[in-house]
Design a protein around this ligand. Structure first.
Ligand SMILES: [Zn+2]
Length: 109
């Protein structure tokens, strides 16, 4: 399965049509269940971003990230100030407050 293991992000690629997905058991394109796990280089671009947690005084940016390998995932993006986490910004896998949380940071920060 895809996910974060020892600081490395893994995803699945369909053995038949090579579509890459994150945490899917079934290829969304051809329906195959033969998914190979591959290692991501952890670089992507923010496709959509929402600031959450403002009401509790702990705002954070949650983004949909379009990864270089072609899959998308939802993760937290650290930025200072948070407004710098914008659509189109390049991000790389970083470290979140909790080790198992997938978190990204801006490439140029
Ligand atoms: Zn497929």
């Amino acid at each position: 399965m895809g996910g974060l293991r020892d600081g490395v992000l893994y995803f699945q690629r369909c053995r038949w049509c090579h579509t890459s997905v994150f945490r899917c058991l079934l290829c969304p394109v051809c329906g195959s269940t033969e998914m190979a796990t591959e290692r991501s280089d952890g670089i992507g671009v923010i496709l959509q971003v929402t600031i959450v947690g403002r009401s509790v005084g702990r705002p954070r940016a949650m983004a949909i990230i379009d990864m270089r390998e072609g899959f998308r995932l939802r993760a937290r993006v650290s930025a200072e100030p948070l407004q710098r986490a914008q659509v189109g910004a390049q991000v790389r896998l970083g470290f979140g407050p909790r080790p198992q949380e997938i978190a990204f940071q801006l490439c140029h920060s």
